[in-house]
Design a protein around this ligand. Structure first.
Ligand code: COA
Length: 166
């Protein structure tokens, strides 16, 4: 019997945006399962704690068959082995993403020769989107409808409402 093909979609997801969701949908069209792998200690300082980032992903992917949400620490290739993943999915929004993604893909392959990376392009309406931009817009009271789902917008608004600025 054929084994299910599992893709791992890693990232910080601080927070998950509609651009990320777009990639998840595209990955589900190709793979049986998509594990959204949330890095627990990102290199960049996250606004949302790991459980908050994971809870939002679970909420906005609820009902999507084949999606799992997990966290990881350490090397992505080790996580890939742990979940018996076949490929790493990365979104390519623009040429500017390419160099960094190319380096990561090759390093991951060097670390584990079975680690293949599949690049997917989100819908062009999301090509300028990033989690940082969304946070900045919400922080200063701007409109993010259509860029993130309502639960994400609510959580961000609440975070910034509570935040104290010096
Ligand atoms: N839609 C919207 N935004 C998108 C996007 C899309 N389709 N694709 C990427 N982005 C944005 C993200 O929101 C993020 O924005 P931000 O910088 O404002 O937060 C940015 O593009 C890229 O971040 P992300 O996708 O979260 O990836 P990352 O670069 O933070 O994460 C890891 C990279 C976690 C996958 C990588 O660091 C890793 O694998 N770490 C584990 C350690 C390891 O194995 N290192 C060796 C790897 S060579």
């Amino acid at each position: 019997m054929n084994r299910q093909r599992r893709a791992v979609y890693p990232g910080t997801f601080d927070p998950i945006t509609n651009g990320h969701l777009d990639i998840i949908h595209r990955a589900l069209a190709v793979f049986d399962c998509v594990t959204v792998a949330v890095i627990s200690n990102p290199a960049k300082k996250a606004l949302l704690a790991l459980p908050e980032r994971m809870a939002l992903i679970r909420r906005v992917t609820h009902g999507l068959r084949g999606v799992e949400v997990a966290s990881f620490d350490g090397l992505l290739v080790d996580f890939l082995r742990t979940v018996r993943g076949d490929v790493v999915i990365r979104g390519l929004r623009a040429i500017s993403d390419f160099e960094y993604e190319f380096q990561m893909a090759l390093m991951n392959r060097r670390l584990n020769r079975h680690a293949e990376t599949v690049f997917m392009m989100p819908d062009e309406k999301y090509t300028y989107l990033s989690s940082s931009l969304v946070k900045e817009v919400v922080r200063f009271g701007g409109q993010v409808r259509g860029l993130v789902t309502p639960p994400v917008e609510r959580v961000l608004k609440e975070k910034f409402r509570k935040a104290v600025y010096f």
